[in-house]
Design a protein around this ligand. Structure first.
Ligand code: SF4
Length: 423
């Protein structure tokens, strides 16, 4: 979502006469878009500011703006602590950039804008034509979260759930497709909670499915509780909806899921997986796991480990629990660091082995790839993704960008498949 937000921020800056530069030393305005999910996120912001100060030690200072969820969480504190920062604005306030810049440039004031103005934000953004038409583009349809998992900062930094109107979304999708987009990933912190006056995510997917020029639809990130029958049905009825479901489970133990306030237990999760597979047997899954959550015993951990044998996970994103300031879980007694790290190692060894076996089975098989860009024009290397979002690299004489081809897989590593076009 930060990538999507950064592109919208860029659109707004272009509107007031700025251009983008790759050369930091020549910048007159530096925007740091931050993520609070990362460990030590706040420290990283100050480290970055320190590096910027060093770069501009003997030069005129650029305007420095900090946005994103760290800015939302820290707000005024950030302005007090670091005088080099000119403005702090949260993810729901970036539509105010023209006003913010006016205050800084003309009125010479420092600005703190961290209100939750999500409706106003999207209303303003709808008036700006998106410039972000890549082969594969993001499109935010929903923001915020009402679930309040005990470990997560999102409800505090992105605010309550808000769904954009389907008309706005379809209009933005049209702009993207007209600009050359072939794949749209619908974004939301809780994307499958999308509900705009009873128009649901499944309705949106069905409408996008009918749009000519669009080849692929994805969405992220979903909550197991919101994986409703209509959405499961879309995996049968909408052929453009890709068969990879990212369904964060976090733990294999219902006891831990309850402590996390996840609002689903492990049997609910298995039930959803089964329903999806029954609708479309080609579906595979990816998931997020928190290892070493406060209260996790060996028995709980073994249940998480056992999950890997029960569900077709082709990618597992796992992290040791680390407390986020201000969340209920940050007040809990954390388990021994050595134990947590050992469990993570055991988990990742097993999940890596599963990924390796999965990729091994793809050797000499054909996968359908949408090519997104060239990695190295001279070498003729092109990057794309197959239906399951696996990264694929091939060498080819002709430009493959924006095209879909079958690729025969000839090699792989932990992150990427390599192959050749199969005509
Ligand atoms: S559902 Fe996702 S975004 Fe919402 S609180 Fe839980 S982990 Fe955070």
């Amino acid at each position: 979502m930060n990538e999507y937000d950064s592109n919208r921020i860029l659109d707004l800056f272009k509107k007031i006469g700025y251009t983008q530069t790759e050369n930091i030393s020549e910048t007159s305005c530096y925007v740091l878009n931050t993520c609070h999910i990362r460990e030590k996120a706040t420290d990283k912001v100050y480290d970055d500011v320190g590096r910027l100060k060093k770069k501009f030690r003997n030069k005129k200072k650029p305007i420095l703006l900090v946005t994103g969820c760290v800015a939302q969480a820290e707000g005024e504190e950030m302005l007090k602590r670091e005088s080099y920062i000119d403005g702090v604005f949260g993810p729901q306030s970036y539509h105010k950039i023209p006003k913010i810049m006016n205050k800084i440039e003309i009125e010479k004031r420092r600005v703190n804008s961290t209100e939750f103005d999500v409706i106003e934000k999207f209303d303003s953004l709808n008036l700006i034509k998106t410039k972000d038409s890549k082969t594969s583009s993001f499109l935010t349809i929903q923001e915020g979260c009402d679930k309040f998992c005990n470990f997560c900062v999102v409800p505090y930094t992105r605010g309550p759930e808000y769904s954009r109107s389907n008309h706005e979304i379809i209009s933005e999708a049209k702009q993207l497709i007209d600009g050359g987009t072939k794949e749209i990933t619908l974004l939301g912190q809780n994307v499958n909670a999308y509900n705009s006056k009873n128009f649901l995510l499944s309705d949106l997917i069905c409408e996008l499915n009918e749009m000519s020029g669009l080849e692929r639809i994805r969405y992220t990130t979903s909550h197991p509780k919101d994986m409703t029958d209509d959405l499961i049905g879309a995996y049968k009825n909408c052929q453009k909806l890709m068969p990879l479901v990212h369904l964060p489970v976090q733990s294999g133990s219902s006891k831990i899921l309850k402590l996390m306030n996840r609002k689903h237990n492990i049997n609910d999760y298995f039930g959803t997986v089964k329903k999806l597979k029954d609708k479309n047997s080609s579906i595979k899954f990816s998931s997020d796991f928190i290892i070493g959550y406060p209260g996790e015993t060996d028995e709980d951990f073994n249940l998480t480990l056992a999950l890997l044998d029960k569900v077709d996970f082709i990618n597992s994103y796992s992290f040791v629990f680390s407390p986020r300031p201000g969340t209920p879980a940050s007040k809990l007694k954390i388990i021994d660091e050595k134990i947590a790290k050992k469990r993570l190692m055991i988990f990742q060894r097993k999940s890596d082995e599963i990924v390796k076996n999965y990729r091994q089975k793809l050797l000499d098989k054909k996968v359908e790839v949408l090519f997104e860009n060239s990695l190295n024009k001279k070498e003729g290397e092109y990057f794309g993704r197959d239906k399951y979002a696996n990264a694929v690299i091939v060498k080819n004489d002709q430009d493959l960008t924006g095209k879909i081809y079958d690729v025969k897989v000839t090699n792989f590593n932990q992150n990427t498949l390599f192959g050749e076009i199969s005509l």
